[in-house]
Structures are given as C-alpha cells and as structure tokens.
Design a binder for this molecule. Sequence first.
Ligand SMILES: [Zn+2]
Length: 248
Amino acid sequence: MISQQVEKGLYKTAVALPVGFILANVTETMLVYDAHTSRKPEIENSITQDYPTEIQEVETFWGYRFKTVPTLRFELTSQERDYAGQGKLTLGMHHFGQDEIYIASGVIPSLEDSLLEKIELWFVDSLEPKTVLRHELTHSLVDQIGDGVNCGIGSGEKRDHIIQEGIATYAEIALGSTQREIHCQNPLPETIEELGDYNDGYCFVKTLLDLNRIQGMVYLLCRPASEKDILQPEKYYADFRRDNEMRQ
Ligand SMILES: [Zn+2]
C-alpha cells in the first residue's frame, strides 16, 4: 500500500495562504477535486493507457512474468477505506492473495471529516501515478512469485510489512520514478517498532537486491527475516552472500 499523511504537506501551504488561493494556484500543476466528485476519468484513462507498459517494466525489472495480470480498480471498497484509516491519503493498494490493485483517481473518501475535505489532490504532472503503479504491481508480482516457489512473506506482522514495503519501495526507486532520497538509519534502533515500513524496509532489502535482484527477492521470500535479522542484519546478509556465490 502507498499511503501518505496528507495533512503534513498541505498544512504548510494552508497556513500561509487562504484556501481560495491554493485552489487557484495549484490547478496549473495538479488537479483539484471537491468531495462530491469521486473519480476522474482523465486520470483513469492515462493510468489505463500506461498499464501494459508499466507491467512490462515491472516484469523486466524482477525477471518474472505475471501469471495473472492484476485487474486495475479505481475505487476503494468500504472495507479498504476502514483499513486505510482516517487522515491518510491512500494512493494505491494491493491485497495479498488477490490479483487486483487499487489506484486512486480522485477523491479519497477517508478525509471526509477533515478540515481539508474539499481539497483532494492527485499530482498528475508529477511521476506519482507511475510510482504508485510500480509499487503496487511489485506487491502483486512478488505475491504471485511467492506462490510459484511455495514461499512467501506473511502480511500480519511488522517485520512482514518492512520486507514487503521495502521490496516495493526498492522497485519504485530503482525504476527511477521517484525523486525520493532515502537516508538509512545507522546505527539501527533497538526495537522493530522504531523502524518505518517503507524507508527502513528499503534500507534492509537493498543490500540483497543490489547484489542480485532476482535471487535476492526470492531469498527474502523463502528465508523470511526475523525481527532480529532486520535489526542486526549482518548475519542474514552474510548467509545470502554465501548462498548467492554458490549459485554462480
Ligand atoms: Zn506498499
């Protein structure tokens, strides 16, 4: 899933400028929605048009093909809205074990009660839709690969999220669709709760994936890291290096 705290970014602007001005100003680079419009066809069309190319990019990157190409959806079910939680702008979502992904195309209903209910943004001119697509497609592909090799990471625990989101974030960044720079924590904190799923997940998986992307991903699936491995990864990395050398 890709979520981001929407308040943070908008708050900065909202403090300095009256809302009317924000609306007038941002339309050049972003599309702005009101809470009564739930979807935007022009965004859906452009995402749908890009979809086959993005699938190929992700397949080439990971060296595997989708067994089933995930169906694109542009609406959150009510269950997903609950899951996404209040105050979060959910841009994309993939459910493990299901061959479908959700990509936001308009209003994000979880903000209904917020002060910002009339301001819903999708950064059309940025690379964000591609980033979200590649992220969610990676989740889906990794899920299908896991099935294929009879391995898999769970989805319920913090360490599972760190690995899943780490792999998806790695694809986003390596495929060059995001401007994000990630600074890895060093030294690592003492408890897993102090790690972020996305950034710290990326930092954890990067060592393996940089060395051998395809084998590294399969290793992450088939030899799921424990909490201890994530907090003190040297042994996990060393085991992978040995395993990887033996295959060459
Ligand atoms: Zn994700």
